[in-house]
Design a protein around this ligand. Structure first.
Ligand SMILES: Nc1ncnc2c1ncn2[C@@H]1O[C@H](COP(=O)(O)OP(=O)(O)OP(=O)(O)O)[C@@H](O)[C@H]1O
Length: 259
């Protein structure tokens, strides 16, 4: 299931505006890669380019290569909708479908993909995905109740269950804990740790301690100057990044001197 991602010379534009320039990075399968850096340096833009999600914004495009397990995502023959199916995304704010039950929320992606599903098959997917998201025990007796009735942390785990229900190869997470309290954050971090056994995970976070806790590798993005595009300053194993980074600006950022 888990796939590696090789990014080379990726430039990402919004219309004429070059937001991110020249990113080259090898993202390992079955590992967590954290993306850190000051606001506006292009972390979310880069993350969304990994499943062609940024293209939903009119005029947005990418030039360069993103190769997932040998398949080039930006090849003209590749369907961006199929890419988004294989590479799931979890957003900053938990976004369960408000009118759907917990059960139907988990299955929302599967139902888009497959026309008909037998009840037994649907039940199996719901149970497996909620167990995978560490939520099953908390909700198994109220699967028919609205997803919106859960706490923020439970809603975020429900969104993770929805993302893994379609068995994606990669999970992209854009600040998945920023709207959560410390206990829910800790539950989601534990979950990320467990999920990396099966998935390739890329997470954007503003929380340095979180990056240090959950990730194997870290990429530090920055702007050369105001108005300049964001770029990847350093990409290294997280341990090295937080103890002995190669670049002075990484050291300044992680020690809180700017950003
Ligand atoms: N939809 C958009 N249209 C035009 N420009 C955009 C759009 N989204 C982001 N940008 C610009 O692209 C650059 C990178 O933004 P992005 O949101 O990727 O940064 P970020 O590092 O994720 O920031 P933050 O940490 O604040 O979320 C910024 O200059 C931003 O203004």
């Amino acid at each position: 299931m888990a796939k590696s991602i090789d990014v080379s010379d990726l430039d990402i534009y919004y219309g004429d505006f070059l937001a991110v320039q020249g990113v080259t990075m090898s993202i390992k399968a079955r590992a967590v890669t954290a993306l850190i850096g000051p606001s506006g340096c292009g972390k979310s833009t880069f993350l969304r380019s990994l499943n062609r999600m940024h293209e939903v914004i009119p005029g947005a495009r990418a030039e360069g290569k993103v190769v997932v397990d040998g398949q080039s995502l930006y090849d003209p023959s590749v369907d961006p909708v199929a890419v988004r199916r294989q590479i799931g995304m979890v957003f900053q704010r938990p976004n369960p479908f408000p009118t759907m039950s917990i059960y139907d929320n988990v299955l929302a992606g599967n139902r888009l993909n497959a026309k008909r599903m037998k009840k037994a098959e649907a039940d199996t997917i719901v149970e497996r995905s909620l167990k995978g998201a560490n939520l099953w025990n908390e909700v198994k007796d109220r699967l028919g109740k609205p997803g919106m009735g859960l706490s923020g942390g439970q809603q975020q785990r429900l969104c993770i269950a929805r993302a893994i229900a379609v068995e994606p190869q990669v999970l992209l997470m854009d600040e998945p804990c920023s709207a959560l309290d410390p206990i829910s954050t800790s539950a989601v971090e534990d979950l990320i740790h467990e999920l990396k056994a099966d998935y390739t995970i890329v997470i954007v976070t503003h929380n340095m301690q979180q990056a240090a806790r959950v990730s194997d590798d870290t990429g530090f993005f920055n702007l050369k100057a105001t108005g300049e595009p964001g770029h990847l300053v350093e990409f290294n194993p997280t341990k090295k990044m937080f103890t002995n980074p190669d670049m002075e600006s990484t050291e300044s950022y992680i020690s809180g001197r700017f950003g």
